[in-house]
Design a protein around this ligand. Structure first.
Ligand code: FE2
Ligand code: FE2
Length: 193
């Protein structure tokens, strides 16, 4: 498998959309979004993304509390795992609908942005690897906790670490995806409209 660092557009290294994928955003910049009166799907999309960002902040806050000694392992377990389970389920479902239904529809509506949609689709694969790592490490922490194992602290620390590692790529993807799909729907219409 090639190193994602070799691809300047990979989710792990890019710092935003390349210029050729920004023409929709140029036509409908972020500053105009709040006052534009978005159509249903665009507004819903932004709401979903805001939800993922908020879930990530909440998980990070619980993890930080544990790292700084304000809560113990049991409280970390009780606080973090339900949030994580919810986050993994919702994000996975969201990606499936985007990659399976919306991106093909957008591609037909706006063939010029096909490469951008392919990039976002590839992001989903990269994020999926983070979600799997989160699932594996969440389960390992849960099992260690349930068994009262001596390695529970290490398992929690590993989970906290994979949570850290997932944060930046997910934030990058949410921003970049919005900068393609929100202007696209604002300019070309709702795919189901
Ligand atoms: Fe996405
Ligand atoms: Fe999304």
């Amino acid at each position: 498998m090639s190193d994602p660092a070799d691809d300047p557009l990979s989710l792990a290294v890019r710092t935003g959309l390349p210029v050729e994928m920004r023409y929709l955003l140029d036509a409908f910049p972020r500053e105009r979004w709040p006052t534009a009166g978005m159509a249903g799907t665009a507004a819903f999309w932004l709401q979903m993304h805001a939800g993922f960002r908020a879930q990530q902040v909440r998980m990070q806050a619980v993890t930080d509390q544990w790292r700084s000694g304000r809560i113990d392992l049991r409280q970390l377990h009780g606080g973090l795992l339900p949030l994580l389970q919810n986050f993994l389920g919702h994000l996975d479902g969201h990606h499936r609908i985007e990659s399976g239904q919306y991106f093909p529809a957008f591609s037909r509506m706006e063939p010029r942005i096909e490469a951008g949609l392919a990039l976002l689709d590839k992001d989903h694969d990269a994020i999926h690897a983070h979600l799997e790592a989160l699932y594996r490490n969440g389960l390992a922490f849960h099992q260690a906790m349930a068994a009262g194992a001596t390695g529970t602290t290490d398992a929690a620390a590993r989970l906290a670490e994979v949570l850290d590692q997932a944060a930046a790529p997910l934030a990058r993807h949410l921003d970049d995806e919005e900068e393609i799909v929100i202007p696209l729907m604002a300019l070309r219409g709702d795919p189901h409209g």
